[in-house]
Design a binder for this molecule. Structure first.
Ligand code: MG
Length: 382
């Protein structure tokens, strides 16, 4: 398939931090995608929460199924806009690799614990995983991914952290844009979670379908399905509604972005990067509806008392794990203890804190629960 002039191109990649011979049978971005799939961090996403803690039920999204849904939405849009589909897929699959156990509650708790030591940002942690923490290859630390994939993984970054990231951090300081595949992955993420959280929230019995019908995106498609299939009920009615919601937003992104691209006419990915605003966008009307749904989920799902009870427990578990290891690194498993001692020699207490944060962030939900029990319940095996 012919790529647009403003798409990323394998042959014109800005390259990897450690130079390597070109791949034989694959493109550069395909190699990135494959390395991500083979990583330990990717496998751990199976047991990390999206909204519901992993052991609450087998049908809820976890970070791995979320990442796959993001990737397939991303690929559809990439193909429709003649952007690099495999690069988009690689970014989407990697975007949550740095996520802590217990979803956003875990990330907030760890950020709080790390306040005096430079903070904790999950986007930055995803980059840290692929640049440093994965240990697989003889010639380099991490996965040694291309600049384009790394640029896509780093969605947000504080100005302070950006200053330590060299070329990759520049755009946050100069307020410029990443390539289109990165912009696209970002939107695909928002589309995926908005829609699958409706599905999971209904399945869990936390969302009420009559209240949802008041939300424009859901209400319009729901009414349409009911008109077409008057006897349809239950799961099929919900799924028919959600698939139409995704389709509507995806088609809107393709149309609005195509118009934006035709207008700006960037001759290359460098011209895209020089822009001050994204070129992959939703139309104003659909963005408004998308935000309406997001606000609804905020109030009715993410702040539902059952979800808050779970996130409250999760915060406590992460905080206590962090504190106990900060007080005594001898409680860490050998390799992490050694890393903490080394980091402390170089960067004092913040070095130790960073290694503890890496260890805690890498845990799956169930591992964090088990580790917490091993450390705090006297009757438990250590
Ligand atoms: Mg995500």
């Amino acid at each position: 398939m012919n790529l647009a002039v403003y798409a990323a191109q394998d042959e014109r990649s800005r390259g990897r931090q450690f130079s390597e011979p070109a791949p034989h049978l694959r493109g550069e971005f395909q190699r990135d995608r494959d390395r991500i799939i083979h990583s330990n961090a990717f496998r751990r996403l199976v047991y990390k929460t999206q909204v519901f803690v992993n052991h609450e039920g087998d049908l809820y999204r976890t970070r791995i199924t979320h990442s796959m849904e993001v990737a397939q939405i991303g690929r559809t849009i990439a193909r429709a806009l003649a952007l690099h589909e495999t690069l988009t897929e690689a970014i989407c699959l990697a975007h949550d690799l740095g996520h802590t156990p217990f979803g956003h509650a875990g990330q907030d708790a760890l950020n709080e614990c790390m306040r005096e030591y430079g903070g904790f940002e999950h986007n930055l942690q995803s980059l840290r995983v692929v640049d440093l923490l994965e240990e697989r290859y003889a010639d380099f630390p991490g996965l040694n991914l291309t600049f384009e994939t790394r640029e896509g993984i780093l969605k947000h970054c504080s100005a302070q952290n950006a200053r330590n990231l060299g070329e990759l951090g520049l755009r946050f300081i100069e307020r410029r844009q990443p390539g289109l595949e990165a912009q696209l992955a970002n939107l695909a993420d928002a589309i995926a979670y908005n829609n699958h959280d409706v599905d999971d929230g209904l399945r869990a019995g936390l969302l009420d379908i009559d209240a949802l019908r008041e939300v424009s995106l859901f209400g319009r498609e729901y009414a349409d399905v009911v008109a077409r299939y008057p006897s349809l009920t239950g799961r099929r009615l919900v799924h028919e509604t959600i698939r139409r919601m995704i389709d509507r937003v995806v088609r809107d992104v393709v149309a609005a972005s195509a118009a934006r691209l035709a207008d700006a006419g960037p001759p290359s990915i460098e011209a895209v990067r020089a822009e001050t605003a994204p070129l992959i966008v939703m139309s104003d009307a659909v963005r408004e509806e998308h935000l309406e749904l997001k606000r609804f989920l905020n109030t009715h799902l993410y702040r539902h008392y059952r979800v808050l009870r779970m996130t409250n427990k999760a915060r406590k578990v992460l905080r206590e794990l962090f504190e106990v290891f900060m007080q005594d690194i001898d409680l860490l498993p050998d390799e992490h203890r050694e890393a903490a001692a080394n980091a402390e020699r170089q960067h004092e207490k913040s070095g130790r804190a960073r290694v503890v944060a890496d260890y805690v962030a890498g845990m799956t939900d169930r591992y964090a629960i088990v580790e917490h029990r091993r450390l705090f319940s006297p009757g438990e095996r250590s």
